[in-house]
Design a protein around this ligand. Sequence first.
Ligand code: WQD
Length: 339
Amino acid sequence: MPTPTPILVTGGAGFIGSHTVVELLGAGHAVVVLDNFANSKPSVLERMRRLAGRDFTFVEGDAHDAACLAALFQHHPITAVLHFAGLKAVGESTQVPLAYYQHNVAGTLNLLEAMRGAGCRNLVFSSSATVYGDPAQVPIREDFPRSAANPYGRSKTMVEDICRDLALSEPGWHIALLRYFNPVGAHPTGLLGEDPASIPNNLMPYLLKVAAGQHPFLEVFGQDYATPDGTGVRDYLHVVDLAQGHVAALNALPRLDGAVPINLGTGRGCSVLEMIQAMEKAVGRPIPWRFAPRRPGDIAIYYADPALAREILGWEASRDLETMCRDGWTWAQSEAAGA
Ligand code: WQD
């Protein structure tokens, strides 16, 4: 059987990237991973190989560095790119917007130039549901207006528009703009998971640290939202479901004409209190929490209409909240976390 031509995964050592590389290898793809370990650790690479039972090529470098990208495309006949590398903290983006535009927008411009120069016109881009801002209604469909409310969301909106303009300017581009809702959980083996470099802002990783006794309690930001129990509602999605959505998007690229936005979510909303309850069931004991003021910029309710992913990719999320919490807890207790 001929050696398959490689897929480039930028940020492939990160939370979503590492899970996706394992799924790609399992599907028989050859993979080149590019990562600078800004938000990941070298120790994850061996665990990825062990999980997949297959090897992959690793290149240490910045996915926004034009020289690094030129050398990589010169050495590897890349046929498609999954682009995860980038900065992704909403709050941080309001403090250092230039870094977010430099990495996320200028960096992706460098990647697109390198791809174009190498004749590679197949891209799965890691976009975000943050591009929608505060939606007028839910569930959120891809044709809803975009109104990002922070530099992170605006950087994703800009890249989507760049991809759309590029695809309109010349034929042959196949681009999936995957808008993630809230990725959570971990690989069921406990070998891969979210390992944030700093204190996590997001609900699930923080909740897991409280459950593990690393923080005294969880603050529930706001109790007076227009939601059933007054706390924020989100569309939490198991990271393995999300990874499998990327493999489905890669397989669908030849059928995508131009740049196509696709939501990756479950289509179900879950409140903060419901998440705490599900995690307490997974952990087997109460988790300390208390109400706190609303977090600036937070939106009340937010979940996807996943119909287009089902129709175009033949993909839908299959793992429930109990599984997300159980796998997240397995990871939080594993020696791999923090290794
Ligand atoms: C979820 C809910 C909080 C922490 C962010 C990014 C988004 C995407 C996913 C990249 C909200 C509440 C949280 C805590 C809490 N990332 N919460 N106490 O804000 O929906 O989305 O992550 O694409 O771009 O914005 O996720 O996990 O921070 O918050 O009560 O300590 O949990 O108010 O209702 P969010 P989150």
